[in-house]
Design a protein around this ligand. Structure first.
Ligand code: ADP
Ligand code: MG
Length: 388
């Protein structure tokens, strides 16, 4: 059982709260504050229940060094606005200065510690660093679903030194995803696309006996198209996974790969898109979206499903010419009465770009990789550490 926070007393406690506030930032502006919004209930709960709330997050990929543009000040001020409460940013996430500042806080106060990935020890799950982090607080709360598949100092190491619990967001993610694994309403339709083929193929395997249809799009589909022996030209695909795709299709008759697609010879704003059948691509073509016939096949499967799990765009949705497949699938899943779970940074970005409201889906996961690894049934030590 996941140890949760709702019935705990936090009065007079120092709580180290690991969040995933890794929001997309460009030109000094937060582009999308979904992750911040999702973290608010736990922050408020801890603060209102009399804890000193010490928030810890990573931001970007500083590779263990201080990178000025990846300081978390901008996150602290955004949180402060959302909470209508001061959120001071401290200049590090460990050391005596930080400890002194924490001592001076009132209970109920909230601070944001500096980017934990400025320390190379974070990703190495270094025992000394973990101990130092833990020494700041009395209790550890992890509400960072997006990194729960990572065994880092701030997700796993600290749990060895502090009583550790799951926050509300993590609790909800695990509850929804566990239900889907345990007793899903059938038929189950698994829709997979996107570019990270390696991370997706394991989930397909895991669902062999669980899903009734597998709809494969995106660059992932190109590997399957190649496995069928068709030309994929200069498309993004994974040559060393062609055999895995072949093997999967031989085991699973319910695999639906594109019967037609949208191609172009180049990727650019003005790229000319052409529709081709599955066997019509030539060596100069890039397959960049699923075609209209494929959309029809996919929509039929979506319409009859009672549970839908979707990860990964159907095409290069960042360009209008190649966004139609992703839009059609997103709209169909949103319109469906089935239980629908969507995850993946780019999939959610696409949905937002299409102005489809997120509440049209049963659950929008804040984790892409974490959702896939959980569904795949991989052991997640940072999650195990929060179990009783
Ligand atoms: P998610 O973040 O939802 O898990 P991924 O990160 O796996 O999804 O993949 C998203 C990326 O895949 C997007 O940038 C999208 O443009 C790209 N993509 C999808 N289909 C194709 C394709 N056919 N060719 C090239 N890139 C593609
Ligand atoms: Mg992505």
């Amino acid at each position: 059982m996941l140890k949760t926070i709702s019935s705990l007393d936090f009065e007079g406690q120092k709580v180290l709260l690991r969040l995933d506030l890794n929001a997309p930032i460009s030109n000094g502006q937060i582009q999308d504050d979904t992750r911040l919004q999702a973290a608010l209930p736990t922050i408020k709960f801890l603060s209102e229940n009399g804890a000193k709330v010490l928030i810890l997050t990573h931001l970007g990929r500083p590779k263990g060094e201080i990178v000025e543009s990846l300081r978390v000040d901008i996150i602290a001020s955004a949180l402060s606005k959302l909470l209508s409460k001061d959120v001071n940013k401290l200049d590090d996430c460990v050391d005596e200065v930080v400890k002194k500042q924490i001592d001076e806080m009132d209970f109920g106060d909230i601070v944001l510690l500096e980017n934990t990935r400025f320390h190379p020890e974070e990703k190495l799950n270094d025992p000394e660093f973990s101990k130092e982090l833990a020494s700041l607080a009395d209790i550890f709360v992890n509400d960072a679903f997006g990194v729960v598949h990572r065994s880092h100092a701030s997700t796993l190491g600290v749990t060895e030194h502090l009583p550790s619990y799951a926050g509300f967001l993590l609790e909800k993610e695990i509850e929804v995803l566990s239900d889907i694994l345990k007793a899903p309403q059938t038929p189950v339709c698994l829709i997979m696309g996107g570019a990270k083929i390696d991370t997706k193929i394991g989930v397909l395997e895991k669902f062999l006996d669980k899903a009734d249809s597998f709809l494969i799009g995106g660059a992932l589909a190109n590997t399957f198209i190649a496995a069928k022996g068709f030309e994929v030209g200069t498309s993004l695909f994974q040559e060393d996974k062609v055999d895995v795709a072949k093997d999967f299709m031989s085991k699973c008759e319910a695999t639906f790969i594109p019967v037609d697609f949208v191609v172009s010879e180049e990727i650019s704003k003005d790229a000319v898109a052409r529709n081709l059948l599955q066997n019509e691509a030539t060596s100069n073509d890039k397959i960049l979206d699923i075609g209209p016939k494929t959309i029809d096949v996919f929509l039929e499967k979506i319409a009859s499903a009672k549970t839908i799990i979707w990860n990964g765009p159907m095409g290069l949705y960042e360009f209008d010419q190649f966004a139609k497949g992703t839009l059609a699938i997103a709209q169909a899943v949103a319109d469906s009465d089935a239980i629908s779970v969507v995850g993946g940074g780019d999939s959610i970005d696409a949905i937002k770009n299409f102005n489809i409201p997120l509440d049209a889906f049963t659950h929008v996961s804040t984790g892409g990789g974490a959702m896939l690894e959980f569904l795949e049934g991989k052991p997640l030590p940072a999650l195990q550490a929060l179990m009783s």
